[in-house]
Design a protein around this ligand. Structure first.
Ligand code: UDP
Length: 329
């Protein structure tokens, strides 16, 4: 039986496809290549170029392939952009998922694992954050992901369909081979931006605010390696294959690092001074986001293997050093 990876040419999707194929799964990838890259598609996966908002495309795919489960990454995911182009996020993330669900229901596909986010929580009420904590997103991106979760909840009550929602904290790092990694255009994530300095692509990195109520005044995040995220998706498919009920899990290491600590670690890994400049805060940034992933550990049996920040940044550096311009478009 085959696993369909929607958005399998993107950052987390491509890493998940690599891990699935390593485990001997038969993989089909669909991607519209708007933010994903053909080069990131695993050579052993069957690739379909198309958009999840195109129901005929999905119906055709489900008729051509024997899909056992769907892993759904096909979405826009930039917080800043979601605030200036909210309807783009409702269209791709929410409407796209609605079309996907219509096609899955009609074609009797009954298992799906999908990307959610720590941004569903908004400003946290507790640290570490539990899945049962209140969800009040502070940006459109988080709101569309929370709405997706709710759509899955109601659709799964009415139809024969079960889901697992995975709320990622800060995805980072790259495949151990250095063949695939993170590539956004323009780049907005902290670790790739830091690594642009030793790569000669920028002079310095900006620290967005140094007067937050944290140990050194800079924002604290829970950085989780992309391969560990990929493994959680595989465990979630197994969980559904065993007949377990729909569920929601946080995915993080449960350890917080400040922006300054991340920059210091990158200096150590790259042996470059990486100048940093204090800049104004970025709108909508909570001071601290740290996951409790106890639920994923106890129910899915998930064990993150790359929790060490130095190791995480070393894998990212291996990718960026050898691909300073990312993938070819
Ligand atoms: N950040 C920063 N400078 C940058 C990019 C990000 O100081 O050039 C900070 C950002 O304010 C946040 C953290 O780094 O506190 C992680 O940001 P990123 O965009 O990587 O992920 P997010 O937490 O927004 O999902």
């Amino acid at each position: 039986m085959t696993i369909l990876v929607l958005g399998g040419a993107g950052y987390i999707g491509s890493h998940t496809a690599y891990e699935l194929i390593d485990k001997g799964e038969d993989v089909v990838i669909a991607d519209n290549l708007q933010t994903g890259y053909q080069e990131a598609v695993h050579p052993k996966a069957r690739f379909y170029k198309g958009d999840i908002r195109d129901k005929a495309f999905l119906d055709n795919l489900f008729k051509n392939e024997k899909i056992d489960a769907v892993i759904h990454f096909a979405a826009n995911s930039l917080v800043g952009e979601s605030m200036t182009k909210p309807l783009k996020y409702y269209d791709n993330n929410l409407y796209g998922t609605m079309v996907l669900l219509q096609s899955m229901v009609e074609n009797s596909i009954d298992k799906i694992v999908f990307s959610s986010t720590a941004a569903t929580y908004g400003e946290p009420e507790n640290i570490p954050i539990l899945e049962s904590d209140k969800t009040e997103p502070t940006n459109t991106y988080g709101e569309t992901k929370l709405s997706m979760e709710k759509m899955f909840k109601w659709v799964s009550k009415a139809h024969n369909l079960r889901y697992v929602s995975l709320r990622y904290f800060n995805a980072c790092g790259a495949h151990i081979s250095g063949e695939i990694g993170e590539a956004h255009n323009p780049e907005s994530h902290l670790i790739p931006i830091i690594l642009q300095v030793p790569n000669g692509k920028r002079e310095s990195v900006s620290i967005f605010g140094d007067a937050y109520p944290t140990k050194d005044g800079t924002c604290i995040r829970d950085y989780i390696h992309v391969t560990d995220l990929a493994q959680a998706h595989i465990l979630a498919v197994e969980y559904l294959r065993k007949g377990n009920p729909s569920n929601i899990f946080n995915l993080g290491n449960g350890i917080g690092f400040s922006v300054k600590e991340v920059i210091d670690t990158a200096r150590k890994v790259t042996n470059h001074p990486i100048p940093a400049v204090i800049s104004p805060r970025r709108a909508g940034d909570p001071a601290q986001l740290i996951a409790s992933s106890e639920k994923a550990k106890s129910i899915l049996g998930w064990r993150p293997e790359h929790a060490d920040l130095e190791e995480i940044i070393a894998t990212a550096w291996k990718w960026h050093k050898n691909h300073p311009d990312g993938f070819k478009k």
